[in-house]
Ligand binder design. Structure first.
Ligand SMILES: Nc1ncnc2c1ncn2[C@@H]1O[C@H](COP(=O)(O)OP(=O)(O)O)[C@@H](O)[C@H]1O
Ligand code: SF4
Ligand SMILES: [Mg+2]
Length: 335
């Protein structure tokens, strides 16, 4: 069952440097219990694309078009009142900076208990018990004591775990995590990924997980969507994309293009490799393929003038098509 269906999402922002085309026709879907990892360099439009879905961009400067159906209802056109209703219990959100999600004047316990009780008939005492349990599950050492503390009394990593606990407390049908575990150490990260997977198994939660950590992608994702210049340049099952990257940008990120690859460090799960050059500014996108200015294999005359559409790449290891937006569609040999 499809939970979230994003179609042709476009976001324009007004900036001092002129209009910025930050998201340019993004389409993807998330099924029940499925995890879609969104990867790409900083500035590729990952955060803005999810903020747009949630109605969290400043209305004065942002123009959002397209469709984003959650359970068949369009998040982009529903009245603000309805959006708040849908967002509250239905969508768990974790952003990189935990202070944006926590209320500084309320105790952790109060914020968690409110979330838990908003969802259904739960007594205060039961909600408090559940709150402490959740704090234990996200790896906080003193769950009961933490309930009575204020956000500023916790470290950044602890606050982030509290935000994750709040996001999961409602058993949301959709979880959106934007670099949610980036600042946490690997043991805690693994614990949180386990917790999310349990939630998915129990409640069929669909997950959109934005990260630059390949270890996390390999561990959590069913599907991967690679963003560049506000576009999806490649998507497919996690096996297709990680093992047979087709787009030169993806191959650069994964270290699969020898020219672009950083030397591998033995025994370590790598982060995305740094691709030489800088991403295009959304106020000044190139007219052809968005990756053209940095592409080490550009040769087709169309590269400079036309944006290649997403097309299915020859073979696929899964039931989902493996697509890439490139004329060259170089594939790593399968075997
Ligand atoms: N509120 C804003 N006003 C103007 N430009 C913005 C705003 N938020 C993000 N941008 C620009 O949009 C682009 C995409 O940003 P973002 O979605 O945060 O990228 P990512 O999450 O992939 O790192 C960047 O060029 C950024 O500078
Ligand atoms: S379409 Fe051309 S410029 Fe774009 S990635 Fe492919 S070869 Fe490179
Ligand atoms: Mg971001």
């Amino acid at each position: 069952m499809t939970l979230l269906e994003v179609e042709d999402l476009r976001v324009r922002l007004r900036t001092p440097r002129g209009p910025a085309a930050v998201v340019n026709g993004l389409s993807y879907s998330v099924g029940e219990g499925e995890t879609v990892a969104v990867v790409g360099e900083s500035g590729s439009g990952k955060s803005v694309s999810v903020l747009a879905l949630l109605g969290l961009l400043p209305a004065r400067s942002a123009t959002v078009t397209g469709r984003a159906l959650l359970h068949g209802e369009d998040l982009l056109t529903m009245p603000p009142e309805r959006l708040r209703q849908v967002r509250g219990p239905g969508i768990g959100m974790v952003f990189q900076d935990p202070m944006t999600s926590l209320n500084p004047v309320l105790t952790i316990g109060r914020q968690l208990v409110e979330g838990i009780r908003a969802h259904g008939e739960v007594s205060k005492a039961d909600a408090r018990r559940r709150a402490a349990e959740l704090l234990g599950e996200v790896g906080l050492p003193d769950p009961r004591g933490t309930l009575d503390r204020y956000p500023h009394e916790l470290s950044g990593g602890m606050r982030q775990r509290v935000v994750i606990a709040i996001a999961l407390s409602n058993s949301p049908s959709l979880l959106i995590a934007d670099e949610a575990t980036t600042a946490l150490d690997v043991t805690v990260q693994a614990q949180i990924i386990d917790l999310v997977e349990r939630l998915q198994a129990d409640h069929g939660t669909g997950v959109v997980w934005i990260t630059h950590d390949l270890g996390v992608v390999a561990g959590i994702a069913d599907r991967v969507l690679v963003m560049y210049g506000g576009r999806c340049v490649e998507d497919g099952t996690v096996d297709d994309v990680l093992e047979h990257p087709a787009h030169p940008y993806t191959r650069g990120l994964l270290g699969a293009l020898p020219d672009l690859a950083a030397p591998a460090v033995d025994g370590e799960v790598p982060d995305l490799t740094t691709v030489p050059g800088v991403p295009p500014a959304p106020t000044d996108l190139p007219p052809g393929c968005v990756f053209w200015p940095r592409c080490p294999v550009r040769s087709d005359p169309r590269c400079e003038t036309q944006q290649p559409p997403l097309a299915v790449v020859a073979a696929s290891t899964g039931v989902l098509p493996h697509r890439a937006a490139t004329w060259c569609a170089e594939e790593a040999p399968r075997g």
